[in-house]
Design a protein around this ligand. Structure first.
Ligand code: AP5
Ligand code: MG
Length: 225
């Protein structure tokens, strides 16, 4: 199965997709992480991407599509992908449909995490990321206590786009470019709305229920094809 995790910045897409990918053996594809990896390489294109991310705008479809094409061409990930923060506009969504068709796959389900703007801002301002293991924490809601995080605390960093100003730009970009995609998936009967304001474990419980049912359904339709 291929899943899309959809939601505004700070909705919990990264947090939930990490848990889902481990439990359902899916490969997490976060275009945000892929772009940040490009920035770390200190290339010319990486510098351009950093300016775009820090302004809360979207990277070009050309860059994103080439990153995604490379992954879909890798047979190891066939039909076991979870997309986190992708697609981000209608053109990317349509391109993904075409690419998956080309590789004999489809989207199985779009999980949309609904969270209000005030909570999003608080979550983003409290976010801490481990630059060693990649785990996502939050100083208010999910602190990196010893039982949850084994790396040295000096690895904990803040993202450069996690500040008061960029958050508002990112949210505007989300409303203008990303939110309209929901209609595209709604028409295809793929959309599942999730209350993203509950606790992390509670949200995962709901998602687990949906994905377990979906997995069984997909398996049965494969058997009786
Ligand atoms: P990206 O990295 O995708 O950022 P985003 O969409 O803005 O989302 P975030 O990563 O900020 O939030 P999240 O939903 O993953 O939340 P998280 O789980 O971390 O993109 C960054 C930039 O890259 C974009 O602005 C754009 O410039 C560019 N880009 C990326 N993809 C692109 C594309 N396809 N096309 C073009 N440009 C692209 O959680 C947030 C915090 O809340 C954490 O601290 C977490 O611990 C906490 N938390 C999570 N869940 C809960 C909960 N249930 N209760 C309490 N706290 C919680
Ligand atoms: Mg994220």
């Amino acid at each position: 199965m291929n899943i899309i995790l959809f939601g505004p910045p700070g909705a919990g897409k990264g947090t939930q997709s990490d848990i889902i990918s481990k439990n359902f053996n899916l490969k997490k594809i976060s275009t945000g992480d892929l772009l940040r990896d490009e920035i770390k390489k200190n290339t010319k294109i990486g510098h351009k991407i950093k300016v775009i991310i820090d302004a809360g705008k979207l990277a070009s479809d050309e860059i994103i599509n080439s990153l995604i094409t490379e992954i879909l061409e890798n047979k190891i990930f066939y039909n076991r992908l979870i997309f986190d923060g992708y697609p981000r506009n209608l053109s990317q969504a349509k391109n993904l449909t075409l690419l998956l068709e080309k590789h004999n796959q489809t989207i199985s389900c779009v999980l949309s995490l609904n969270v209000n703007k005030d909570l999003i801002i608080k979550r983003i301002l409290g976010r801490q990321i481990c630059s060693n293991c990649g785990s996502i924490f939050n100083e208010y809601f999910n602190p990196p206590i010893k039982e949850k995080h084994k790396c040295d605390p000096t690895y904990l960093i803040k993202r450069t786009d996690d500040n008061q100003i960029t958050i508002l730009d990112r949210f505007e970009t989300y409303l203008e470019k990303t939110l309209p995609i929901l209609e595209y998936y709604k028409k295809q009967n793929l959309l599942q709305e999730i209350n993203g304001e509950s606790q992390i474990e509670q949200i995962y419980k709901e998602i687990k229920g949906i994905l377990t049912t979906l997995e069984a359904w997909l398996y049965n339709s494969y058997l009786y094809k």
